[in-house]
Design a protein around this ligand. Sequence first.
Ligand code: COA
Length: 212
Amino acid sequence: MSPLRKLIIVGGGGHGRVVLDAARLAGWQVAGFIDRDRTAGSEVNRCAVLGDDALLEARHGFPEFQFIVAIGDQRRRRALGDRIRTTGGALATVVHPAAILSESASIGPGTVVLALAAINANARIGAHCIVNTGAIVEHDCDLADGVQIGPGATLAAGVIVEADGFVGAGAVVIPGVRLGAGSVLGAGAVAIADLEAGAVAVGVPARIVRRV
Ligand SMILES: CC(C)(COP(=O)(O)OP(=O)(O)OC[C@H]1O[C@@H](n2cnc3c(N)ncnc32)[C@H](O)[C@@H]1OP(=O)(O)O)[C@@H](O)C(=O)NCCC(=O)NCCS
């Protein structure tokens, strides 16, 4: 657990509101949102909108705060997270108190783990990831930076998801399968074989329908 418990959330959309709930329940003091599409001084779920992306750099006045980028889009989330880090800001790791985490699992900065998610022994989750509500990440899974696991998805033991991979809601990946960088597994799909980088696959068993 970080010694700093003050948080700014980047992105006040749907995912941002879910992260706000998780952060408050986890004991963070949330100062507000940074959001380029909302007016400074307005509120999102009783939490102030502080301003737009110009506030991202820690040197602009929030040195004691950590940031979490709560944006679903993979590339934008990672880009904003990298911008915060390279300008000296600290990225938080936000874990809902109702998530279950093995003590041997590791979770990178800028990653959120939401309610009822379970992350089992020796799983490794990179930076800028989302493990969404009710997702299961079984033992020895390895998730690179920028990965998103949708609500209720199940990654069986030893699954590898390369950078910016996306697993849709309720999808299942059988043990040991590797999902390539930037690949997308559709909601409800079952991946029984490796998926190449940039492939979009749907169905049971998952078949590639296009490439990103
Ligand atoms: C896989 C996905 C990304 C594809 O989106 P897309 O590229 O816009 O694809 P389209 O909607 O054009 O669909 C392409 C084809 O795949 C089919 N398809 C799309 N998603 C599918 C799914 N999850 N399962 C089965 N078939 C699916 C479509 O019916 C379509 O078939 P057709 O060509 O025969 O008409 C999207 O449908 C999806 O499942 N996203 C998951 C979202 C999610 O779980 N988010 C969780 C965050 S809260």
